[in-house]
Design a protein around this ligand. Structure first.
Ligand code: AMP
Ligand code: MG
Length: 520
């Protein structure tokens, strides 16, 4: 196995002088060296061919004994030194102090085809940042992260990637529902890959400790490697850096809203500085379109991280990052300006995205009313988001009077549509039809462009659970099937029509299908 190893993070940033994984507070350092814990009986379940390519590895490499050892914590590659990052974060709105990589261990950086990747193991044992937890991960949550991060990439949503999924052969104790019924589950490790795993929380921690020097070292490093075009360190570069993070965060969350993805735990330690989706925990996909939906049982009271609130939380989190960067800028106005760009830019970006979802290629003032009414109607009776937008592309602009009929499959209980709701829908289709008349684009072209932004297949919550149930029994066929299916989420895959279906009724309240806890 030949990799072009480069270790910029560990060679350019201050290290914790103490080694070993005893839990501790780590000051004035960006990371601690730490050894992965060996796995008892490691077994690879799946490898992403695309990620092998990205790193310059072959399928043969992935079948080697060395690959298995390295990606399950049983060996460390020569000339590399694994480490855990030190970061803090705001959790559910409160400053939580030092958090850090409690169960992620960064193995090395690889440079390949002019790209730089960090490779890390999730679930390979305790680090100084594990606090009261074990540093391990279970199979169900590892499958969820593995499948979803690759699926997101293929949906065109910025995300960290996944290279491999393996069983450790160890048993891990988890209390899935936090109700005092812990049980043993299969331990697993996902190897994750990203240009960087830096989070807002990495910067926040130093500011919270009034350590402006390490903050500056880390920001300079970030700009040098990930925002190279901003040039050498200066106040202007820091302001430009913040502006770029604001814009990439905005763009990321618009993508989430577009595909109906709910992250579930948008704490600032789960916000990537590169605007990537990071840390797949109790995430979920909208089935019925519902602004108030969250998959995370830990957040059911407050619903802070519900679908409709993700844009606001993005802004709230950016405020925390602005505070963290303030010591380097020492001026409020430019930070406020950047945040205001988000505040005013988000609604505009959302309208633009919704225009694309309903196939409008020009901009008219009335589109806002058209879209707002649609969002209201979608919530009046439970309507499957993915199916609705896909079917909507079948409408013909010459006559939209059959609109309701064309999309009726998207309703969970079509028979229960009230007469007045039907009327409202009919009126909406008329409004939509009139609006389409103002477009020069043909039905054919509109359908094509709509189908490029409205996925046909997403990783519905129950689909992941099916793959998990089979995998728990040693059958990985469905995992492979979904992995392949989700590589082409916008394509008609006629032999896979069964996955273009509403959530079955049994999955509505089933653990893992609609409700997930942070216990992973
Ligand atoms: P999360 O919100 O799941 O991204 O995790 C929040 C913090 O808890 C991070 O610092 C994680 O590294 C840590 N953490 C979560 N699960 C574990 C675990 N099983 N062992 C150690 N640390 C964990
Ligand atoms: Mg996290």
């Amino acid at each position: 196995m030949k990799l072009n190893i480069q270790n910029t993070f560990t060679s350019e940033l201050p290290a914790d002088p103490i080694t070993g994984n005893q839990r501790r507070q780590v000051a004035e350092a960006c990371f601690s060296y730490v050894e992965p814990s060996p796995s008892a009986a490691p077994k690879l379940i799946h490898v992403s061919k695309e990620m092998l390519d990205n790193l310059g590895l072959s399928v043969a490499d992935s079948r080697s004994a060395e690959f298995l050892k390295i990606f399950t914590g049983n060996a460390v590659l020569d000339n590399t030194q694994p480490y855990a990052m030190c970061y803090g974060g705001h959790q559910f709105g409160n400053w939580a102090g030092q958090l850090g990589d409690g169960r992620a261990i960064n193995l090395f950086e690889v440079a390949h085809q002019e790209k730089q990747w960090v490779v890390q193991l999730k679930g390979a044992g305790a680090t100084p940042y594990s606090r009261t937890a074990d540093g391990l991960a279970v199979l169900r949550s590892s499958i969820r992260e593995y499948l979803c991060s690759e699926a997101m990439h293929h949906l065109g949503v910025p995300t960290t990637r996944a290279l491999s999924l393996a069983l450790t052969g160890d048993k891990v104790m988890r209390d899935v529902l936090y109700n005092g019924n812990p049980a043993y589950e299969k331990g697993a490790i996902v190897s994750r890959v990203s240009p960087s795993f830096l989070r807002f929380g990495n910067y926040e921690l130093f500011t919270s400790r009034q350590d402006a020097q390490t903050l500056k070292t880390l920001v300079d490093f970030t700009i040098k490697h990930h925002f190279t075009h901003l040039g050498s360190p200066s106040k202007e570069a820091y302001i430009a850096f913040f502006n770029e993070v604001v814009q990439s965060t905005l763009a990321l969350i618009v993508h989430w809203q577009r595909v109906g993805f709910v992250h579930g735990v948008m704490n600032t330690d789960n916000m990537s500085i590169l605007g990537l989706t990071i840390d797949y925990g109790p995430y979920g996909w909208l089935e019925g379109f519902e602004e108030g939906w969250t998959p995370n049982t830990t957040d059911l009271q407050q619903k802070r991280y519900r679908y409709g609130n993700q844009p606001n939380i993005g802004l709230w989190n950016l405020y925390q990052l602005a505070n963290a960067l303030y010591p380097l800028i020492e001026e409020v106005a430019p930070l406020e300006d950047a945040l205001n760009q988000y505040r005013t830019g988000f609604p505009k970006a959302m309208i633009q995205m919704m225009r694309q979802k309903i196939g409008l290629s020009t901009e008219k003032e009335k589109d806002i009313a058209l879209i707002q009414e649609l969002e209201r109607l979608l919530q009046e009776a439970e309507t499957d988001m993915t199916i609705f937008f896909r079917l909507l592309s079948k409408v013909e602009k010459a006559d939209t009077s059959n609109g309701l009929d064309l999309i009726k499959e998207a309703f969970y209980t079509p028979s229960e549509l009230s007469a007045s709701l039907r009327e409202d829908w009919e009126a909406w289709f008329q409004f939509y039809g009139n609006r389409l008349q103002e477009e020069a684009v043909s039905d054919q072209e509109r359908k094509k462009s709509m189908n490029q932004v409205n996925p046909k297949y997403v990783l519905r919550n129950y689909m992941a659970q099916f793959a998990i149930d089979d995998a728990e029994n040693g059958d990985y066929g469905l995992l492979e099937e979904l992995f392949e299916l989700l590589k082409k989420p916008y394509s008609e895959q006629t032999h896979q029509e069964k996955w273009f279906a509403k959530r079955p009724e049994w999955a509505r309240h089933k653990v893992g299908c609609s409700m997930l806890s942070c216990s992973s």
